[in-house]
Design a protein around this ligand. Structure first.
Ligand SMILES: [Zn+2]
Length: 513
């Protein structure tokens, strides 16, 4: 089949300025960029921007694409390729599905894990026919769970050998690199030596570092040491820490220094300035492990060991950053911050937290909070940095179907926010530079050379959008709203969005290394 996108402002993804041109597609390839005179199915792109499909270097859609392969939230933002397996989370290798689900985003009983190896997972994903291209890293969380289970200790020599074998097999099956999530329980006990030995097997290493609050810069320094020892292309995932601008400047400076020394290093950042978590994250592990009656007593008595616990909610002791979401238990406090609720109740914020938990004990997991952990100032500094690309740090979702009632901030908004905020509102990046960061730059990081660019011979992943309208509509409290301004999306030559509406076709592929 032949398709010509006519008369748009074409940005080729390299960072070069846009120019008016046609883009011709035949089958799954771009066959020409320039003035094209052939008979073909046509898309009129006059007044619109034409770019390579956007690449999400930091996706968590490993499993949700099996549940709903349409990737609606992503397609409506022009995303045509997602790199999954980030933060040590992912879908392989799996030996004990009941334990492995801990390191799978969006796991649901609806779709049990029936595969084990990377190769088998890729086949399952291929059978689901995703709308986007998918590349995967090998998640350290699953390597560790498959080998040690949930163990609060370093791997011994035999276990390390086993993990290396599993990693090697996964890479041979087509995975593109290795990832860690050292902040998570299943990986916390992994030592620097252990991680370095594994990273040395891979061409690319992406790390969610060990600490992202206090001590964040030291954790970035660990990642840099690991990358050097392992001689691996290093990606520091969502580099900006949760504890303020000074710490994020320290983190960026460390990456910059390593880059100047000659290390192959870069970083990414999600676009939301907040995180979503449970209100019960304010409690220590021992309290959470208690039964309902015991927890009720603990929350009433409030012993010193409870009050003394430092959690991510209370970090910096700024409770105005913590906002309660809608709940059946506390409708009157919905969408308000804990400092103001506490002031109204005439008590310390932490006592308010305990009271709210007591009032919602029946369904504790339904009490959710948003923590405003990052500022726009931090985002500006990160996203103007030449080594930084944006990523979703979310799963793709859809407003209808199996994922309709799932929330993951960023899913519907990340690329659209990046364009609206960085290009249109703040004017911190020119269109060509912003498109480069959504296309060829992340493609180059993962090692793809024939996607993320508009040139003859490249894969036909192409987007057409209105640069004056492209932007997010999802908000903190109403996140599941499709982005605006994306007109046409073509994946491997398959029109997936046409005139802003899904065509029902899905042309994505599982891309093996
Ligand atoms: Zn992460």
């Amino acid at each position: 089949m032949r398709l010509v996108i006519r008369g748009g402002t074409v940005y080729d993804g390299t960072g070069a300025d846009g120019r008016i041109a046609d883009v011709a597609i035949e089958g799954d390839r771009i066959v020409g960029v320039g003035e094209i005179e052939v008979e073909a199915d046509e898309i009129d792109a006059a007044g619109l921007a034409v770019a390579p499909g956007f690449l999400d270097l930091h996706s968590h859609s490993d499993y949700t694409l099996l549940l709903d392969p349409r990737a609606v939230s992503a397609i409506h933002q022009g995303v045509t390729t997602e790199v999954v397996g980030n933060c040590g989370f992912g879908c392989f290798p799996i030996r004990e599905p009941a334990v492995a689900r801990r390191a799978i985003y969006g796991y649901s009983e609806e779709l049990p894990v029936t595969w084990s190896s990377a190769g088998e997972y890729f086949e399952a994903l291929e059978a689901a026919k995703p709308a986007v291209n998918v590349l995967s890293l090998v998640p350290n969380g699953q390597l560790r769970i498959a080998t040690l289970g949930i163990a609060d200790r370093p791997a011994d020599a035999g276990e390390l050998t086993e993990m290396r074998t599993l990693l090697r097999e996964s890479l041979d099956a087509g995975a593109w690199g290795y990832s860690t999530g050292l902040e998570y329980a299943q990986e916390q006990a992994a030592t620097e030596d252990e991680v370095s030995a594994l990273a040395a097997q891979a061409p690319f290493y992406a790390t969610h570092t060990r600490r992202r609050d206090e001590g964040a810069a030291e954790a970035v320094a660990e990642a840099i040491r690991t990358g050097e020892r392992a001689e691996v292309r290093l990606q520091v995932s969502h580099l900006v820490p949760r504890n303020g601008i000074e710490e994020s400047r320290r983190c960026i400076a460390l990456v910059e220094r390593a880059h100047v020394r000659g290390q192959d290093i870069a970083f990414d950042m999600h676009t939301r300035t907040f995180g979503l978590t449970n209100l019960y994250a304010a409690l220590p592990a021992w309290a959470l492990a208690a039964g309902p009656e015991e927890l009720d007593a603990i929350l009433r008595n409030r012993p010193d060991e409870l009050r003394g616990h430092r959690s991510i909610l209370g970090a910096g002791n700024d409770w105005s950053r913590v906002v309660l979401l809608d709940s059946e238990s506390w409708p009157k406090y919905a969408r308000r911050d804990l400092a103001s609720i506490a002031a109204e109740r005439g008590q310390e914020p932490i006592d308010t937290v305990y009271d709210l938990l007591l009032g919602g004990l029946d369904e504790l997991h339904r009490l959710m909070v948003v923590i405003h952990a990052y500022t726009e100032e931090q985002q500006r500094e990160a996203f103007t940095h030449p080594l930084c690309v944006p990523g979703s740090d979310a799963t793709t979702l859809a407003p209808d179907g199996r994922l309709a009632h799932t929330f993951f901030h960023g899913a519907y908004t990340w690329a659209a926010w990046f364009w609206r905020f960085m290009v249109r509102d703040e004017r911190l990046l020119a269109p060509a530079a912003a498109i480069h960061r959504l296309t060829a730059q992340p493609a180059g990081r993962i090692g793809l050379s024939d996607r993320g660019v508009l040139r003859e011979g490249a894969h036909a992943d192409v987007v057409v959008f209105d640069p004056d309208a492209f932007g997010e509509r999802g908000t903190i409290f109403e996140p599941n709203v499709l982005a605006d301004g994306m007109k046409h999306v073509v994946v491997n030559g398959v029109p997936t969005l046409r005139d802003g509406r899904p065509t029902g076709e899905r042309g994505g592929r599982v891309v093996r290394r």
